[in-house]
Design a protein around this ligand. Structure first.
Ligand code: BGC
Length: 250
């Protein structure tokens, strides 16, 4: 069995697990530690190191961040501490995890999208597909025949007069206490825009809210098929673990 370790850094929790790379299943328990506040690079990296240590893992580690990550440099910080911008993720995590450890850092939605391609819906590999993860923000992975266009940031596309993620994230639903039906209208508006601009064959929606898809999915009126993700909240960890062994990080 080929295994690797994946860590998904989110706004409320940092989660890690050993992943069986043949099946996408976790081996043993997932470890979760609350995201430190403020979630500065040093604080997050030491939490990541704590998770790896708790797991007793000595092999390669893949890490997702809710940011643009290009050439292992962090270039954005929409919903995390602004001090992440300009951080050399390689240097940071090598310092905390050991300089001879194999590590790879990539965007959270890119990781989840690639995991979905490998272990989720077979349709994720067919033609142009947009994978979205809806949570505090809206993350996106643009896929073509299962290959990734990295660091697409569709959550920040202006739809009407505001960014998509300011209208249709699940944080907006919570903050404004919107019903599923009302919130679905916001998602619908955003998906209409994505559909008009990119014309994918399929939208796959991940993130916690995809678990309640039956509550809001039926209210969508776009022509393109929309399905909930298969891997739910495991996708980021699985994608991170895959990235470090396959060297698929951008
Ligand atoms: C960030 C993306 C991230 C998404 C989901 C957005 O605000 O800009 O990089 O993938 O949130 O976490």
């Amino acid at each position: 069995m080929k295994t690797s370790f994946g860590i998904d850094v989110g706004g409320s929790g940092i989660k890690g697990a050993v992943v069986n790379l043949d099946t996408g299943e976790f081996v043993g328990d997932r470890i979760k530690i609350s995201t430190p506040k403020p979630a500065t690079p040093e604080a997050v990296a030491s939490t990541v190191a704590e998770i790896v240590e708790q797991a007793g893992w000595e092999g390669p580690v893949g890490i997702t961040l809710p940011s643009i990550v290009k050439g292992q440099m962090v270039l954005s910080a929409a919903n995390v501490d602004k001090s992440w911008i300009g951080v050399d993720a390689y240097e940071l995590f090598h310092r905390h995890l050991g300089s001879d450890r194999h590590i790879s850092v990539l965007n959270d939605a890119d990781a989840a999208g690639l995991a979905e391609v490998a272990f989720g819906d077979t349709k994720a590999k067919e033609g142009p597909v947009i994978f979205l993860t809806i949570g505090t923000g809206i993350g996106s992975a643009l896929l073509l025949d299962g290959k990734l266009w990295p660091n697409a940031e569709l959550g920040h596309l202006i739809v009407g007069d505001d960014e998509a993620e300011h209208q249709a994230s699940s944080a907006v639903k919570e903050d404004k206490d919107l019903s599923f039906k009302k919130w679905a209208k916001h998602v619908n508006r955003v998906l209409h825009e994505y559909e008009a601009l990119f014309n994918p064959n399929l939208f796959i929606i991940g993130g916690g809210i995809s678990r309640r898809f039956e509550k809001w999915g039926p209210h969508l009126t776009i022509k393109t098929e929309v399905v909930p993700a298969h891997l739910r909240n495991k996708a980021g960890i699985i994608g991170a673990a895959m990235a470090v062994t396959r060297d698929i990080a951008p």
